[in-house]
Design a protein around this ligand. Structure first.
Ligand code: UDX
Length: 485
C-alpha cells in the first residue's frame, strides 16, 4: 500500500460532505480538496450529479481514486436535465438554474444519511456559487457549512463589491466608449481594472444587467453566513485583496494552488494523481509528441472545459498558429465548435502546417503538459484553474477570455503578474494571433519568462512545508475538527 493510502486509513470521527458545481473546473478542484482532506484522515462523501459521475467513471480514473483514498465515497443525484443536453457554452446556464431549483431535497437527503461503519456527516463544504441553496440546506439539517470558491480572490471580491460600484456610480457601464474607464473603488484593487476587465456579467446597459449583477452580489454575500471561506489562491499572489476581504470574512483559508499542494502533500513523488476528467478521454499521445520537441518551443492552446467558439474563430486561430511557424499543441474539444456544415473543409495549408509543427487532441493531461520542458507559452481562455496551473509551472500566457471571471483573470495575469499578454476585446483574427504568439514566444519571451519564474517560485513555496498555503491547510484541518464535534 502507498503511504498515502496508509495515512488515509487512519480515519477520524470527522465526516465531510463536499458539493461542487457540476462542471469540470469545479469538480476537479474540489476533488483535490477531497483528496487533501482524506489524506488527513477525514471521511469524505463527494456529491456528484449522475451526469458528471457517469463521465468521471468513463473518462476519469475513478477506480484508482477510490483505491488510493478508502475513506472517500461518492453519492449522486440527477441534475434534472435531459441526458443529451450539452451543459456547456450558453447551455451551462440551464444547469445552474436546474440545480438551484431541484437539488435541495437530494442534498438534504445525502447530508442526513447514515452509512454503516462511518460517523454521520458533521461538516459540509459547498461550492459558494450555490450560495443561498447550500446555506439554506446546511441550516435546515444543522450541519456547519464552509464555502469553497473556484475563482480568484480578486474576482470574488469584485462580485462582493458590486453594490459599492453602483453606489459610487462606477457601474453600470454606459456603453462601448466607457470601456477604458478605470475602476477606482474596489478596496485593495484600486485602479487595477478598467470597465472591460470586470466580470463579463457587467457588460451591457439594460436593467437586466443591473438585476443580474445585484443577484450575483447577493449570492456572493451569502458566504458571509458560512463559517469560513476556502479559496484556491495563495497569499503572495493576492495579498492586498485578501487583507481587505478579511475585514468582512474573518476566516479565509487560502490553500492553493491546489494541484501543486496535493502533489507536495502526497509523501511519495512516484505516485501520480488519478485523472479526474469529466469532459473527455485524456489523449496521452501528446506527451510522447512533446518529448520529441525542443526546449520551450511549443505553445499550448486550450480554452478550458465549457467555452465554445464559432467555426470562423477556430479557423482564424488555426491560421494564426500555423502562420506563426511555432510548434503548437492544441486542445479542440468535440463540443467546442458547432456541428460541421456542408462544405466546411479544413484548408489544405492548415492541415499541412499542423502535420509539420502541430498536434491536436480532444483533451490533454493539462497539468502535465504545462509542466513539460517543451512548453514555452500558453494561449488560454483564462479560467482560474488554467491560470493557476500556468503560474505554478512558470509558463507565460496569451489571455483570450470569453466569459465570467476570465476577463478579471486576464487583467491580473497581464498587469499584476506581468506574465503575459491580454487579448480581450480585439478582433481575434489570424494576424493578431500570429503576432501575439511571436511576441510571447520570441520578442518578449525573456522578460515574460523571468517574471513567470518568479511567480512560480512563490506559488511552489506557498505549498511547501512552512509556506502560507501549507500552514493554512493545517489550520483548516484543525478548524474543521473543532466545528464538527
Ligand atoms: C470554469 C471557469 O472558466 C473558471 O474560471 C472557474 O474558475 C471554474 O469554472 P473552465 O472554463 O473549465 O472553468 O476553466 P478552468 O478553470 O481553466 O478549468 C479547466 C480545467 O480543465 C483545468 O484544471 C485544466 O487543467 C483542465 N483541462 C483543460 C484538462 O485537464 N485538459 C484539457 O485538455 C483542458
Amino acid at each position: 500500500a502507498t503511504r498515502a493510502k496508509m495515512k488515509a486509513e487512519e480515519t477520524t470521527d470527522t465526516h465531510v460532505a463536499i458539493f461542487p458545481c457540476p462542471a469540470q473546473g469545479h469538480v476537479s478542484t474540489m476533488l483535490k480538496l477531497a483528496q487533501l482532506l482524506a489524506l488527513h484522515g477525514f471521511h469524505i462523501t463527494f456529491l456528484n450529479t449522475d451526469f458528471i459521475h457517469h463521465r468521471l467513471h468513463r473518462f476519469g480514473d475513478l477506480e484508482a481514486l477510490l483505491q488510493t483514498y478508502p475513506s472517500l465515497q461518492f453519492k449522486t443525484f440527477p441534475d434534472g436535465l435531459p441526458h443529451h443536453h450539452p451543459r456547456s457554452g450558453q447551455s451551462a446556464v440551464d444547469l445552474f438554474q436546474y440545480i438551484n431549483l431541484h437539488a435541495k431535497p437530494h442534498i438534504r437527503h445525502i447530508l442526513l444519511s447514515q452509512d454503516p461503519g462511518k460517523p454521520k456527516i458533521n461538516c459540509f463544504i459547498a461550492d459558494g456559487v450555490f450560495g443561498a441553496l447550500t446555506i439554506d440546506v446546511a441550516h435546515q439539517v444543522g450541519i456547519p457549512i464552509i464555502h469553497f470558491r473556484t475563482i480568484s480572490a480578486s474576482c470574488f471580491w469584485t462580485y462582493f463589491c458590486v453594490p459599492n460600484l453602483f453606489q459610487s456610480n462606477q457601474l453600470p457601464i454606459t456603453g462601448d466608449e466607457d470601456m477604458d474607464r478605470v475602476i477606482t473603488c474596489i478596496p485593495g484593487m484600486e485602479n487595477m481594472f478598467r470597465c472591460r476587465d470586470l466580470p463579463s456579467f457587467s457588460r451591457g446597459t439594460g436593467s437586466e444587467i443591473v438585476y443580474a449583477l445585484n443577484s450575483l452580489a447577493l449570492e456572493t454575500r451569502e458566504s458571509l453566513q458560512a463559517r469560513a471561506l476556502i479559496l484556491n489562491t495563495f497569499e503572495d499572489l493576492e495579498g492586498s485583496v485578501l487583507s481587505q476581504m478579511r475585514l468582512q470574512f474573518p476566516r479565509v483559508f487560502t490553500i492553493g494552488p491546489l494541484h501543486a499542494h496535493l502533489n507536495t502533500r502526497k509523501e511519495s513523488n512516484t505516485e501520480t494523481t488519478p485523472s479526474t476528467s469529466c469532459v473527455g478521454e485524456v489523449d496521452r499521445r501528446c506527451m510522447t509528441w512533446l518529448d520529441s520537441q525542443p526546449l520551450k518551443s511549443v505553445i499550448y492552446v486550450s480554452f478550458g472545459s465549457i467555452a465554445t467558439m464559432t467555426r470562423e474563430k477556430l479557423i482564424e486561430i488555426w491560421y494564426g498558429l500555423v502562420n506563426s511557424k511555432k510548434r503548437f499543441l492544441w486542445v479542440v474539444r468535440p463540443d467546442m465548435v458547432g456541428p460541421k456544415e456542408n462544405g466546411d473543409r479544413v484548408p489544405a495549408e492548415l492541415e499541412e502546417g499542423t502535420k509539420e509543427r502541430g498536434f491536436i487532441v480532444g483533451w490533454a493531461p493539462q497539468e502535465e503538459v504545462l509542466a513539460h520542458k517543451a512548453i514555452g507559452g500558453f494561449l488560454t481562455h483564462s479560467g482560474w484553474n488554467s491560470t493557476l496551473e500556468s503560474l505554478a509551472a512558470g509558463v507565460p500566457m496569451i489571455c483570450c477570455p470569453s466569459f465570467g471571471d476570465q476577463h478579471v483573470n486576464s487583467r491580473f495575469v497581464s498587469e499584476v503578474c506581468k506574465v503575459g499578454l491580454d487579448m480581450k476585446d480585439v478582433a481575434c483574427d489570424r494576424n493578431l494571433v500570429e503576432n501575439m504568439v511571436n511576441d510571447l514566444m520570441d520578442h518578449r519571451n525573456e522578460v515574460f519568462l523571468n517574471s513567470a519564474r518568479e511567480v512560480a517560485l512563490l506559488a511552489n513555496r506557498s505549498v511547501s512545508s512552512g509556506g502560507s498555503s501549507y500552514s493554512n491547510l493545517d489550520g483548516l484541518i484543525q478548524y474543521i475538527r473543532s466545528i464538527s464535534q
